[in-house]
Design a protein around this ligand. Structure first.
Ligand code: FPP
Length: 244
């Protein structure tokens, strides 16, 4: 490690942590269990990590629960994942609300089963004034789709004369993304040893730090999150600038 890194390397706790929760299937396979059990254990990890993140002072936690590409999985697996989301939204909302967690969803609402969407709407409405932590669930989410929708909205505004094209800058663009109002992630964690972004927060992760861990998502808990936050705090973030 360089001297500069040692000197600089004591960042505060990241305000926004985003997680690509990967490895539920491999966790189950290693135990000769059905994939559905892996996803079920994955949703237990969601509960533990959410509690831990709030305890550690993280202000925004974003979890990639279902990507726009996950619709291509076999219907029974999609059904299992939607079923877990239903159970999660019914069972956890009381505790999340009591703990001051504001729940939000990003992703394509139109593709969700109607009852899942109703539960999401209810969770958002019930927790909207909570301030301790914002938990954003990315469901049926794809970063490229999100960027295309923002570009389309701005193009419509320009055609209608509401904005001039030269007014479009990064800030205006970001205000049309689904994450408007949420600061960009400081840290993106991906579990299970894969080293890809998989269409997650493509715009927002421009200056994020990345931590890839081999742990499979169902085994990722409070301790693993604490270790990732420690690793983040030792990083040297420069946002493209030169160190002093
Ligand atoms: C990746 O495992 C994980 C997913 C596709 C979905 C993540 C879902 C959960 C953690 C459970 C439900 C979520 C909530 C919020 C209740 P994989 O199936 O791709 O694993 P593999 O790569 O080992 O096959």
């Amino acid at each position: 490690m360089t001297e500069a890194a040692i000197e600089i390397g004591s960042l505060p706790v990241p305000r926004h942590v985003a997680v690509i929760m990967d490895g539920n299937g491999r966790w189950a396979k290693a135990r000769f269990l059905p994939r559905a059990i892996g996803h079920q254990r994955g949703s237990e990890a969601v509960r533990e990590v959410t509690r831990a993140a709030a305890d550690f002072g993280v202000e925004y936690l974003t979890l990639y629960a279902f990507s726009s590409e996950n619709w291509k999985r076999p219907a029974d697996e999609v059904g299992d994942l939607m079923g877990l989301l239903r159970i999660y939204l019914r069972r956890e909302i009381g505790e999340l609300d009591a703990n001051g967690v504001c729940v939000r969803m990003i992703g394509n609402r139109g593709r969700l089963p109607r009852d899942v969407l109703a539960l999401v709407d209810e969770a958002e409405a019930r927790t909207r004034n909570n301030r301790r932590m914002t938990l954003t669930l990315a469901i049926s989410y794809g970063g490229q789709d999100e960027i295309v929708m923002a570009a389309r909205a701005l193009a419509e505004d320009a055609v209608a004369g509401r904005i001039r094209p030269e007014q479009i800058d990064a800030a205006l663009f970001a205000s049309r993304l689904e994450t408007a109002g949420i600061p960009d992630p400081d840290l993106v964690i991906r579990t299970s040893g894969e080293k890809r972004l998989s269409n997650f927060l493509l715009w927002q992760a421009a200056y994020a730090e990345f931590i890839f861990v081999d742990t499979l998502w169902p085994d990722f808990g409070r301790q693993e999150l604490a270790a990732a936050l420690d690793e983040y705090r030792a990083r040297d973030r420069r946002f493209g600038a030169r160190p002093e």
